[in-house]
Design a protein around this ligand. Structure first.
Ligand SMILES: [Zn+2]
Length: 122
């Protein structure tokens, strides 16, 4: 059996209340004292300099992990670069943060990084 518990942000999380009492209490307390994963990700995005996505909620939910993955890959690759390449990777990261159309990310879910790298001649 599940119980819905409200996060700090007002969204709800699900707790399986069939487990041991202390474990269930701990899960409930965790939810009540934190934001939901979606709101947490939204705040992280602001910290990391992403601009807000444009699109329907479904499109944005699908696009979010795609652009995060693209940024992580760009960062990983950029870590092993030097000189002019380093600048190009910085430009690539900035481009990733600035594409706001959820549709674009969904359309390029398998080749986003390659597509953007071509644009800035990496
Ligand atoms: Zn929330």
């Amino acid at each position: 059996m599940f119980r819905m518990v409200e996060h700090l942000c007002g969204h709800t999380g699900k707790v399986d209340v069939e487990g041991p009492f202390l474990a269930v209490e701990e899960q409930i307390r965790k939810i009540e004292t934190s934001e939901c994963p979606v709101c947490h990700a939204r705040k992280q995005n602001i910290i990391e300099g992403f601009i807000p996505l444009h699109g329907t909620k479904e499109q944005c939910d699908r696009a979010e992990p795609i652009r995060r993955r693209a940024l992580e890959r760009a960062r990983t690759l950029g870590r092993y670069s030097s000189g002019r390449d380093k600048n190009a990777f910085n430009e690539l990261e900035n481009t990733i943060r600035s594409i706001r159309f959820a549709e674009w990310w969904i359309a390029h879910q398998t080749d986003a990084l390659e597509n953007l790298a071509r644009r800035i001649r990496l």
